[in-house]
Each structure stands twice: as C-alpha cells, then as structure tokens.
Design a binder for this molecule. Structure first.
Ligand code: FE2
Length: 165
C-alpha cells in the first residue's frame, strides 16, 4: 500500500516528505506566493487546443536539442517553479530531495530514478517556453473541464473548454 501511495503521489505531483502533514501541502487557493495564482490564470487562458497542437508540431520532431540527463538537471538548478505553492527552491534541489526521500524509505531503484527525473520536462523553459506552458498541473483540452481540478476558478478564461477535438 505504501508503494502504491508513493507512485500515486509522484504521478499526481504530491510529494510525500515526512516533516509535514499532507494537509500542509499545496493549497493553491490560499498561498503566499502570488505568482501561483497568476501562473494558473495564464495557463488556463492560453493552454488551448490550438496551442497544444502547435506545440506538438513544434516539438514532435525531437530536433530542438540533445541533452544528457545530468545536463538537464544542471540547467534546472537555475529554475524555480512558479506553480508550486510549497516550494521556492531550484528544481535540482527538488529532484534530489524527491529521489532521496524515496531512497531513504527503501523503495526500488527504478522508483528513485523516477523521483529524480519526474520534473525534467520543465527543461522546456530553456527553449523560451513561458512557465504557464511547462509547469503546474495539466488538464486535457478539447473537452469539458473537471470541476475538481486545480485552478478551476479560472477555467472560464479558456476558450477550449467546450470544444471537442
Ligand atoms: Fe515535482
């Protein structure tokens, strides 16, 4: 059960650090970091079906760069995720903390590696993608939005909410 919890928390982006209670984490509505609300406002305004299809076309050829995983992690050491109400440390620190937390709890090596690389997609910020396009909780476009998702109070900004692909 504990393994399942760790896997789910990684997938859902809720990281289980032992020093805090789960209730202390990720209150997107009541955060002291003003950038969190602004990021989700911009995300929901601009993350449309057209935008997603444009980025699929742009990145689908995989010709932007060729980087090893350590180079990606080094570059992420200069990156602070503005969508996270709990964390204002560089992503390298977050990656190492996540991997170490998993290692310390005795989980298998593949899960430690998963913890280390789980946020490497944020490297897209180095290709001049704005943070609203690469960080934070994502959502499907081209369909009705869930009323349970993060940032639901600003979903009305998105023009794709009622469209279908
Ligand atoms: Fe993360």
């Amino acid at each position: 059960m504990k393994k399942l919890y760790i896997v789910l928390t990684l997938i859902l982006g809720i990281h289980a650090l032992p020093a805090k209670q789960q209730a202390d984490y990720r209150d997107y509505e009541q955060t002291d970091r003003a950038c969190v609300q602004e990021l989700y406002r911009l995300n929901h305004l601009n993350q449309t079906v057209d935008f997603v299809l444009q980025k699929k076309q742009e990145y689908g050829s995989l010709t932007k760069a060729q980087l090893g995983i350590w180079k990606v992690l080094e570059l992420l050491n200069k990156f602070v995720d503005n969508s996270d109400p709990d964390l204002d440390l560089p992503q390298l620190v977050h990656a190492l903390q996540t991997a170490e937390s998993i290692r310390k709890d005795g989980y298998p090596r593949w899960l430690i590696l998963t913890g280390l690389i789980h946020d490497c997609g944020k490297i897209l910020s180095y290709f001049n993608e704005p943070q609203w396009a690469v960080v934070g909780d994502t959502f499907p476009v081209g369909c009705k939005f869930s009323d349970k998702r993060i940032g639901r109070t600003v979903m009305h900004y998105n023009s794709s909410s009622d469209s279908a692909i």
